[in-house]
Ligand binder design. Structure first.
Ligand code: IMP
Ligand code: MG
Length: 430
């Protein structure tokens, strides 16, 4: 029984939430394995929109189990808020398990996130201010508090007693005026621990058992390949590994189980936050993509996203570092209404042509995109796109089909899922 890993190929916001929801219909288990509440996965069911930051996207399906793996950093307040809000909308959320090895995001991490961004000046990534970077720093620095500590009053108290004064000194040195009240923190986190304890356990062992019982498992990536701490834009990405291999580490399963690797790519590029962006657009086409995209404002931060043309240099790298076996191409409908659409096929740099994505931000900032131009397709109403989705890929406008076929031939990975709108019905197998 192959386990599927779904990862973003660009800067996050590729429409993974929707594709994962589509795939979750066939999954017994959905697993988050990296990132934290910086993620924002939008799922639409009927007219209802859900934006999850920490809850795995299978949580709305009662017979699907959802796992938050050890590789995720968990903000307990945020997680409980999501659980409560989802319950208030009629979903019981009993189908959740949380790794006892996952690290906890503390309020001082959020304070430090803001302070670090300010100190970094031009090196700041424009973070979501969710405390993600400082929580991963503490994990690697071994200052972290894990879920097993959170639910154990004695360990939690002992660790906080040592760690809080250290964090206070760091806040002071970084120029912050915030006071960390160890006593209040302990009381607040005790309550979170009590509420979350029933969900917490050894999820690696549990997943191993599920694999042996031939359950279908879907690993849900957050962010995207080019935000990955190892393979993404550095220092403008996030603090966790976002590539497919991270699913093995961040969930505690053997890599041999990860045989179906689905990359999710949007038919154009967008990002929130800083860093060079070769295909970035300004003016009327950028406005079109942002406005027609409807969702082109960060799910977590509501910042307007920067937008640009589809970039095959970025995608070629995503194919390689993730080992993609298939692709999902999303938001094709958003390009509708443009007379011509472009795809970046390489970068011109220093008199030559780069076909691989550069490591150096100085080089990347100097890259000029080389484009292939295509005829656009009409701006169809939502119902028409849904009608097309029910009939399948061959029902797409001919110019759209040509665009998809070009991407497929360049990347040498089959496009197996296409999405042409927000709703569940606008997704088709292809
Ligand atoms: P952080 O993950 O909050 O530390 O932010 C680091 C960078 O990653 C910033 O540029 C964020 O805008 C970006 N980022 C983090 N999570 C997401 C996401 O889920 N979608 C899109 N961008 C993200
Ligand atoms: Mg998102």
């Amino acid at each position: 029984m192959p386990a599927t890993v779904a990862v973003g190929c660009q800067f996050g916001d590729e429409g993974k939430g929707k594709i994962i929801d589509f795939l979750a219909a066939d999954a017994d288990v959905v697993v988050r394995f990296q990132g934290g509440a910086n993620a924002g996965h939008t799922v639409q069911v009927g007219d209802e929109l859900y934006a999850f930051h920490l809850l795995p996207s299978g949580v709305l399906r009662n017979r699907t189990m959802n796992v938050i793996g050890n590789g995720v950093v968990i903000d307990p307040e945020q997680l409980l808020k999501e659980i409560d809000e989802t319950r208030a909308r009629g979903h019981p959320v009993k189908n959740l398990r949380i790794s006892d090895r996952a690290h906890v995001v503390m309020p001082y991490h959020k304070v430090l996130d803001g302070l670090e961004e300010k100190l970094k000046g031009g090196l700041g990534a424009g973070t979501t201010l969710r405390g993600i970077g400082p929580a991963f720093e503490d994990k690697v620095g071994r200052f972290g508090i894990r879920m097993c500590d959170l639910i154990d009053p004695e360990t939690r108290r002992a660790k906080l007693k040592t760690i809080v004064p250290i964090k206070q000194r760091v806040v002071d040195v970084f120029g912050g005026s915030e006071r960390i009240d160890a006593e209040a923190l302990s009381t607040e986190y005790e309550a979170y621990g009590k509420r979350l304890a029933p969900f917490v356990g050894d999820t690696s062992a549990w997943l191993d058992d599920a694999i042996k019982r031939r359950k279908r498992i879907l690993f849900e990536g957050a962010q995207g390949t080019h935000l990955c701490i190892d393979h993404g834009l550095y220092p403008f990405g996030t603090s966790s590994d976002c590539v497919a291999g991270a699913a093995a580490v961040g969930a505690g399963v053997g890599p041999q189980h990860l045989t179906d690797i689905l990359g999710v790519a949007k038919a154009f590029t967008s990002r929130v936050g800083a860093g060079p962006f070769p295909t970035e657009l300004e003016g009327p086409i950028a406005e079109h993509l942002r406005e027609r995209g409807g969702g082109e404002y960060g799910t977590t931060t509501r910042r307007p996203r920067r937008v640009g043309w589809f970039d095959l240099v970025m995608l070629r790298m995503a194919v390689r570092v993730n080992g993609l076996t298939r692709l999902a191409l999303t938001k094709l409908d958003v390009l509708g209404g443009l007379e011509r659409v472009r795809v970046c096929i390489g970068y011109r740099h220093d008199g030559g042509v780069l076909r691989e994505f550069p490591a150096s931000m100085r080089v990347l900032a100097d890259c000029a995109p080389m484009y292939r131009e295509f005829l656009g397709w009409p701006d169809l109403p939502e119902e028409e796109w849904i009608r097309i989705a029910t009939r399948g890929r061959r029902a797409l406008p001919e110019t759209t089909r040509r665009y998809v076929a070009f991407v497929e031939s360049q990347l040498k990975v089959p496009v197996r899922v296409l999405s042409v709108g927000r709703s569940r019905a606008a997704t088709m197998g292809a």
